[in-house]
Design a protein around this ligand. Structure first.
Ligand SMILES: [Fe+2]
Length: 480
């Protein structure tokens, strides 16, 4: 399963691309088959791309407008709500009652009427709960704050009370389970494509910015995810490169450069970006990272790795389309040995782990762990690292799962004791179910199937907050 393939599968049926849902919904007390565990009391927030106005023919799914949804669990009952993130660009398009923005991150393809400044910020990638606030993240922009009850959007974007210099905040935050800190990075942090820089960003548990350090990227490339361990921070830059001249000709923001390796920069967490050491891995693309940890001189990074372009909807720099095979990703453990002069990590792909959208028991983020969860090519999967074993809850053709998430049975339950949650679309029937599966017995029938009366557009990433956390949330608009 390629990352682009996973996105395409969610949005197509019998070879035809499915239209956007363009729907905001509220469903009180969903019908449930089975029983929702009473231990789950809280809200699961997810966001994805769902273009509000008809899209360009060759547009890519990651250019969709952010559609935030929430499943609220309370004493065995589940309510559902979805609402578009009211971004500056969506508000402008709604005002004009038509599409104004052109291709993904290419302002040269916009309608002349598109005068909004924040044209890339769709808020479509990660629904992130932190410090009593819910954010809609998008890696080329600042986060939008969203009210976790009403799903209303803040008028202004979040820049850490005016303290953040970077113009971008990544869409794969890592929340430290020990300190509560929000670790992040900015890609093209100064918005320059000629002198590209990245920035390490750290906020404390309450959302106060405590670190921001900029460094030079090896080339202007894609960096979608990153990793933090208790001792190191790891940045990756992919061989998908940017060329402004190409964009002026109406080309794509990214093209895949097959002559480039992927680059992996590692710095001590307690050090500075000046301590960064770069490794290079030829013929690799990585979309996502499951987890990472440090043991002695070795840094382990568990990533989805394919031998070529995982974003096959972007052509190569030679103008060619990538093959499906080169973008097929497996969950792969990279080992970076800091004790010698090596410039390339070793890699080991877990047998049978073809898939994407990896997650873990977040209580074990940044540390050695045993259990992982991912969207397998054939369904929903658990990965037991200790035994190198993948178990798959297989789904029939036309039934497609989204990103799985793990919730522990209780705060002090052993690792992996809990549930795997995922949205599952029944494409032919134009409807969806939200599934709760027993994480220790993934192959068994779902514990609960929450019925939703229409197909759900593809959400990328989400997070969970308890009902108490939501009750004690920061007020919307308190962003500066
Ligand atoms: Fe992602």
């Amino acid at each position: 399963m390629t990352l682009a393939g996973a996105f395409y599968k969610m949005h197509s049926f019998q070879g035809k691309e499915m239209p956007s849902t363009r729907l905001e919904a509220e469903l009180y007390d969903a019908e449930i088959i089975g029983e929702v565990p009473r231990e789950i009391n809280g809200a699961l927030f997810r966001v994805g791309g769902d273009r509000f106005y008809p899209t360009l023919e060759d547009d890519v799914i990651i250019n969709g407008d952010g559609l935030m949804s929430v499943l609220r669990f309370e004493d065995g009952h589940v309510d559902f709500k979805s609402r578009y993130v009211r971004t500056e660009r969506l508000l402008a398009e709604r005002e004009a009652r038509r599409r104004l923005m052109g291709k993904y991150r290419n302002p040269y393809t916009d309608d002349p009427l598109a005068e909004v400044l924040d044209r890339d910020n769709t808020g479509n990638t990660y629904a992130h709960w932190h410090g009593g606030r819910l954010f809609a993240l998008r890696e080329d922009s600042h986060p939008y704050m969203v009210d976790p009850e009403t799903l209303e959007t803040s008028e202004e974007t979040w820049n850490f009370q005016g303290k953040l210099e970077s113009m971008t905040v990544c869409a794969h935050p890592k929340v430290d389970p020990v300190t509560g800190e929000w670790w992040s990075f900015g890609l093209f942090a100064d918005r320059s494509l000629i002198e590209p820089v990245m920035a390490l960003q750290v906020a404390d548990k309450d959302g106060n910015l405590i670190r921001e350090e900029k460094f030079k990227m090896p080339w202007p490339g894609l960096s979608h995810d990153f990793a933090v361990t208790r001792e190191h921070v790891i940045f990756d830059v992919m061989p998908l490169t940017v060329d402004e001249e190409r964009m002026k000709r109406g080309g794509d923001f990214y093209n895949y450069d097959p002559t480039k390796p992927s680059a992996w920069g590692i710095m001590p967490r307690g050090g500075t970006v000046a301590d960064m050491r770069w490794f290079y891995l030829p013929n690799t693309f990585s979309g996502h990272i499951m987890n990472a940890f440090t043991e002695g001189d070795k840094v382990y990074v568990d990533a989805t790795i394919s031998p070529g372009n995982g974003f096959s909807f972007f052509p190569t720099t030679l103008g060619e389309l990538s093959t499906i095979d080169e973008g097929i990703a497996k969950i792969t453990r990279l080992c970076f040995d800091l004790s010698d002069d090596a410039t390339e990590p070793t890699q080991h792909a877990v047998p049978g782990s073809v898939g994407e959208m990896p997650r873990l028991d977040l209580r074990y983020q940044m540390d050695r762990y045993r259990w992982g969860y991912f969207r397998h090519d054939r369904g929903l999967a658990t990965l037991d690292w200790d035994n190198q074993k993948v178990d798959v809850h297989e789904l029939p053709p036309g039934v497609v799962a989204q990103e799985p998430m793990f919730l522990p049975r209780s705060e002090d339950a052993p690792e992996g004791d809990g549930w795997v949650l995922s949205m599952v679309n029944f494409m032919a029937e134009n409807r969806a179910e939200f599934w709760v599966l027993d994480a220790k017995n993934i192959k068994a029938d779902p514990v609960a199937r929450i019925l939703l009366p229409y197909r759900q557009s593809f959400s990328f990433h989400g997070s969970f907050a308890t009902l108490d956390q939501i009750k004690n949330r920061a007020p919307l608009g308190a962003t500066r």
